[in-house]
Write a protein that binds this ligand. Structure first.
Ligand code: FAD
Ligand code: UDP
Length: 379
């Protein structure tokens, strides 16, 4: 059996490593950071005792039963519904846009069918095949709700007008004509009782795996291994020699409060005049715990510089062209497979990340000599 290197101890790297280790392979995993779990990392705030989602709020949700079973092998997931609120002009509304939002916003008491018919009168039905975020919003919720809840938030989040963004970004969110305010529409949803880092630590806990933290891996290190699974940034592998793929980064301004500051885990702020996009109150992600103190994050989005953490891939025309160029270079490499949200430059939820990691590792086990540069094409 050959020497395997997995770069990155987030969900991608941990799940690939575990699957190969269970099949008898010896796996080395490195991560440049001083902790595991990548962007899903959680740690307790020493002052309040609250479990903090260090790189922003993470809620586990999936329709994939095998992925749900997989994560439950490594930790207890307790029931959690993400019930996001949004503050607009001094009023609090329910999200995702549902019957409560519509009735509150228009000061009405419509029943589901009435609301559906009413929103149809607001919608721009001349848009038959929405391509942009703005068209998608105008077609499905109409100008008033779009201006109120989506336009400003999206401008702040992405740093460009929603008319320049693909419709797919908005398609992540449901529109409901009932009072269901569950932010996600998946069968399985939960929060790990002891945080995500504890789950990933258990995934990594196998006698065939060794993990080195604080270790940055470069392309030149690959010669010592028969195969590398790389979950770092695709352009970083090539030392950014064609230029940088664009990302949005986030700044979290944390503050503490003695008590309950906002009464829910996530409060959005859609107005452009408010410089942040949302406030996360971490203790509400663990309603089974009791903490008198509280720690919160104000979240600011901006363009990602060379020294910032890349969060959201932008994937507009310029980036897609550059991604195509990097993908071609990657395909010419031997003995490396690019995986995960950074390796394939895609926005991936945790469940999709785990599904792709399981499939990728199984493909390798099927025939290690025929492993492609991408198990999932980035474009
Ligand atoms: P990462 O978690 O980024 O892990 C990659 C690791 O590789 C990092 O630890 C990094 O340090 C390491 N690395 C990179 N380059 C090198 C190198 N050269 N050498 C060594 N190590 C290296 N998903 C959900 O399902 N639900 C949510 O609610 C949710 N909320 C999110 C909120 C935000 C703000 C963001 C940005 C994402 C959210 N996600 C959510 C998505 C989730 O974060 C990803 O699915 C997940 O982190 C992907 O895991 P990964 O292992 O591919 O990448
Ligand atoms: N969005 C918005 N208003 C909101 C919440 C979301 O306009 O109150 C838009 C925004 O463009 C965002 C997209 O919908 O990027 C997807 O929302 P989601 O909550 O899935 O964003 P994430 O959790 O990935 O930041």
């Amino acid at each position: 059996m050959g020497r395997i290197m997995v770069v990155g101890a987030g969900f991608s790297g941990a799940v690939i490593g575990r699957t190969l280790a269970e099949a008898g392979w010896h796996v080395n995993i490195v991560d440049a950071r001083d902790h595991v779990a990548g962007n899903c990392h959680t740690r307790r705030d020493p002052e309040t005792g609250v479990m903090v989602h260090v790189y922003g709020p993470h809620i586990f949700h999936t329709d994939d039963a095998e992925v749900w079973d997989f994560v439950n092998r490594f930790g207890t997931f307790l029931p959690f519904r993400n019930q996001v609120k949004t503050t607009l002009r001094g009023n609090v509304f329910s999200l995702p846009v549902n019957l409560h939002t519509i009735n509150q916003f228009y000061g009405r008491a419509m029943r589901p069918d009435e609301a559906r018919a009413f929103i149809e009168t607001q919608a721009d039905i001349s848009i038959t095949e929405p391509q942009t975020f703005e068209d998608q919003a105008l077609r499905f919720v109409g100008r008033d709700l779009y201006d109120a809840f989506f336009k400003g938030y999206t401008q702040k989040q992405w740093g460009c007008p929603p008319a320049d963004l693909p419709a797919s970004i908005l398609k992540r969110l449901p529109l409901r004509f009932n009072y269901d305010d569950n932010y996600f529409a998946h069968r399985f949803q939960g929060m790990p009782e002891h945080g995500y880092t504890a789950v990933v630590e258990r995934v990594l806990d196998h006698p065939n795996m060794s993990v080195s933290l604080g270790t940055r891996f470069a392309r030149s290190d690959a010669k010592d291994f028969d195969h590398v699974f790389y979950s770092g940034p695709l352009d970083g592998w090539f030392d950014y020699d064609l230029g940088r793929l664009g990302y949005r980064t986030l700044d979290f301004e944390s503050f503490r409060y003695d008590g309950d500051w906002q009464g829910c885990a996530v409060m959005n702020y859609p107005e452009v005049e408010v410089p942040f996009t949302r406030i996360t109150e971490h203790k509400h992600f663990a309603p089974w715990e009791a903490h008198s103190g509280s720690i919160l994050y104000r979240e600011f989005s901006r363009e990602c510089g060379p020294d910032d953490i890349p969060y959201y891939p932008i994937r507009q025309v310029r980036e897609r062209a550059l991604l195509g160029d990097y993908a071609r270079k990657a395909t010419a490499e031997r003995g490396v497979t690019f995986v995960g949200r950074l390796g394939t430059y895609r926005y991936l939820d945790m469940d999709v990340t785990i599904r792709e990691a399981l499939d990728c590792a199984r493909r390798f086990l099927g025939d290690p000599s025929r492993m492609p540069a991408f198990a999932v094409p980035p474009l």
